[in-house]
Ligand binder design. Sequence first.
Ligand code: C2E
Ligand code: MG
Ligand code: MG
Ligand code: MG
Length: 283
Amino acid sequence: DAKQQGRNTWHRYQGNKQRVTEASVLLRHDLHTALRDDQFELYYQPIVEAASGRIRGLEALIRWHHPERGMISPGVFIPLAEQTGQIIPLGRWILRRVCQDAAAMHVAGKRVVPVAVNISSLQFRRTGFIEDVQRALDAASLSPEHLELEVTESVLLDGAEQAIELIDQLKAMGIKVALDDFGTGFSSLSYLRDLPIHKVKLDRAFIKDITTDRHDAAIVQGIITIAHHLDLVVVAEGIEEEEQQQDLIRRHCDLLQGFRFARPMPREAVMALPDRLPSFAET
Ligand code: C2E
Ligand code: MG
Ligand code: MG
Ligand code: MG
């Protein structure tokens, strides 16, 4: 009967929940040794100019090669690292490694384009963040215009003033800041106006059905138009199909990122890519 069924569902739910919790506890524990044992790797995904297909930037995306579980997605372990505070040493390591990788690519005469690093809000708002960034640049002798930071609207959680001040400081150092995943969560148009950012990244959720859902298309077009009037560069994330690419080109989106052009890949693979990615050859 319904009651019995309800109870089964509840037990199943409890069971799942418990398994999920146990898995998180284990992962949290493993995070402690992962940095020490060098289990993290940085991948880089090209960001191309919509008009030409030329690589204009890279986004650094972390990968965890877990000794027993294989590759674990950052979507899983970054939130755990945020809960435990591990994101602070991990975030510092990421900044240093990205700056080193960028400098190494330049030395090899390859991919002299800005590299974007995702910054967790916790890391961003923590005292000493600006100094960490400066130290990472100095250690790699990387000039600041080659580093970009991606933050989400959650940096505003404890009030906009502090975030604005931090972004202003970064700007004064020559580092650009992009607003990531725009349009989802608690994004507000006033952030585009108030934050001293230079770029906005449209979340993949709006790009997915852009060619079939006129509401998604309307939102994307609206954000592109508003962003351009505010002198912001617009990047679309998650382009997988040619039709999405054509649609975004028609809507004057500036930069495109997605599996259609290139997946995230190790530094060596990025260095071997041509300047202009093949998906544009025929367009
Ligand atoms: P994000 O910053 O929005 O990064 C873009 C995500 O979309 C990446 O997932 C990328 O692999 C994926 N992606 C790119 N193109 C496509 C596409 O065409 N189709 C699909 N389905 N996906 C695409 P990834 O690498 O799994 O990272 C997930 C999230 O984890 C990132 O979202 C970011 O929020 C976080 N993250 C990744 N690396 C770092 C890091 O080094 N530090 C911090 N704090 N967070 C990171
Ligand atoms: Mg990002
Ligand atoms: Mg994003
Ligand atoms: Mg995201």
